[in-house]
Structure formats: C-alpha cells, structure tokens
Design a protein around this ligand. Sequence first.
Ligand code: NAI
Length: 348
Amino acid sequence: MLTRLAIASHEEVYRIEDAEAGLRGFIALHSTRLGPAAGGLRMRVYGSDEAALADVLNLSRGMSYKNAAAGLPLGGGKAVIMGDPATDKTPALLRAMGRAIDALGGRYWTAEDMGMSPDDMAEIARATRYVAGRDQGRHASGDPSPVTARGVVAAMRAGAARLWESDDLRGRHVAVQGLGHVGWHLCRILHEAGARLSVADMDAARVATTAREFGAETVEADAIHSTKADILAPCAIGGVLNAETIPAIRARMICGAANNQLAAPQDAGRLHARGILYLPDYVANGGGIINVSAEILHVAEPSVWVEERLGAIRARMEDILARAAGEDVSPAVVADRMVEEALLARAV
Ligand code: NAI
C-alpha cells in the first residue's frame, strides 16, 4: 500500500494506494531535523499524479519553514488524497489513510487542511494516534483559525512599529482579502483594536455580514489589492502577490494569513523595490500550527504555551524586519535564511 519514492529534496516520500478503500495519495516528509514532520492532510481533485506529488512536495517543504519559524520542535510534512471531498470521502478511505500514517510510526503527524474537518480527523484517529486538530479528546486543540488571526495581528503590530513608530492599530486602514475562517476573526480583532476596514470576498454574503458587523467598507474582489490602505492583509488564496498585482498595490505593508502569497521568489524583490514592507507569510500565519502543535506535543497547559509562542511571533518578526532594514533586503530573504540556518544547525 505504501511505495517509497526516491526524491532527493525530501527525507521520505510515499505513494499510497488502497484500491479496496478507493484511496490514492501521497505523504511527504520534507524534514524531521527539528522533530516529527507535522502538516495537514489535503483532499482535492488533481489533474494528474504528478500534480498531486508536486503539491505535497511543495507544501511539506513549506511546513518545515513554518514550523521552524514558529520555534516549534517539529519538522515539515504533508499528505494529500486525490479525490473530491464532497463525493469520494468515505470512512473506509479515511481509515485507510490513518493506517498509512500509522505505518510511519510517528515520523509524520497529520491535521486538517483543505477538504478535511475535525470529524474526519476523528475517523482517521481510529486507525492511528498520530493525528491532531480534533474537536474532542484529552488534548484536542479545536479550530486553529482564531489563533492564526491573533498571530497575524501580533506580526502586524511588529510591522506597524517599524513603519510608523507605534504598534497602535487604532485608525489604521486595513484592506482584508478573504473573509473565511481566518479573515473574519482578523476583522473582528482589528475592529476591536480600532482599525478601519475595507473587505472583499468572492462570497457576497460574507462580505455583507462582515461589513455590517465591523462597519467595514466593501470592495470588489478584483480591486482589494489596489485599495489605498495602510495595510493589505491577504487571507484567501496563494499567489496574490505577483508581477501583475504588485505595481497596483497602494498599501505600505502586507501582512496576512494566506499561504504562499508570493507567486514567485522574485516578487519579494519587486515589493521591496516599491518600498512595500512584506511580512513573510509563514512567520505571520504560524498561530494555527502553534495551536495544533500543543495537541501533537500533549502540552499540559496549552493556553499559556500558545500565548508565549504568539508573543514569539511578534519578537521574531521584529528581528526579521530589523535585519532586513539593516541589509536593505526583503524580509522574505531574511526569514528564509534564518530558517535554513536553523535547519542546518540541527543537521550537523
Ligand atoms: P477559508 O476557506 O475559510 O476562507 C477563504 C476565503 O477566501 C473564502 O471566504 C473565499 O470565498 C475567499 N476567497 C477565495 N478566493 C478569493 C479571492 N480571489 N478574492 C477574495 N476572496 C477570496 O480559509 P481560511 O481557513 O480562512 O484560510 C485562509 C488562508 O490562510 C488560506 O490561504 C490558508 O491556507 C491560510 N492559513 C489558514 C490557517 C488557519 O488556521 N485556518 C493557518 C495558516 C494559513
């Protein structure tokens, strides 16, 4: 059922097949240098095996960076199931995935990602104990989204202090792209902090609710990135900072929850050249994995532990921004370097 693939960039990669359960997918462990590889399980339709493999390789590498940047004793891993979560997901398929995860003996821990819910995690948990992001149980950590939003605000305050010599967000204008699990909580916290909001989503009902609840201005989804605001907060999809959008951005700072905001590494340089302060996404959005990791690591006092690490997001971001300013480079360059140094230090 598990076939190991030799891929030089990753420690272990497996193809998973269980015809009886209708399961096809991949598990990738990018690095276990800092601890067991942790990262969510994604289920979606892929055009080909190659596309699914490319996704799991890319996402697992991203998890190594995110976990290291959050100061967690966890490596980077990810799993994908090929199929439509609305029609192909069955208890048998989830348990088969659980058995595949279990066969790795704790070197990979899973949790929710796109197409998965806490109920699915509970089903997987019938076949393996290496699963987090559950609603119930002794160490259950629940929905990570509010914690992710709090981490984004902590990072935003570090950016505000650097740009405007005050971390006070009162009166700051924030343009929020995407009002889903994280985006809504982000709007709530920013509203409570006295910020002014402009919001956009593909879902008109979400836009209307958020605008009403937090007195936000509404903007068309294809125009939110060019809103004249102090801060742009991408909280929807990846790749939104690219050669086409960057010239139109009118915010001074970018800080949001979305993964892989830069379409290509050189987009960090494009933002820097325009004098736009880009706060590296995987540092700003580490709150979710911090919350999940309390469950993985069976932390005795999770609320205190999570709080300390949210504080560390801000401190780490301040450090990254100070070094980037000193070297006149994008904070993305500094963040990548810091993580790579941390991973290398453990390799020897
Ligand atoms: P979600 O699926 O609940 O919300 C995404 C929202 O973005 C939806 O309301 C969707 O309609 C909207 N959207 C999609 N395309 C859009 C576009 N082009 N313009 C405007 N709105 C658009 O997802 P969630 O959980 O809120 O996550 C948001 C982002 O943050 C994702 O990139 C996710 O990978 C990332 N993230 C989430 C974490 C979490 O704790 N949920 C943790 C770390 C990262």
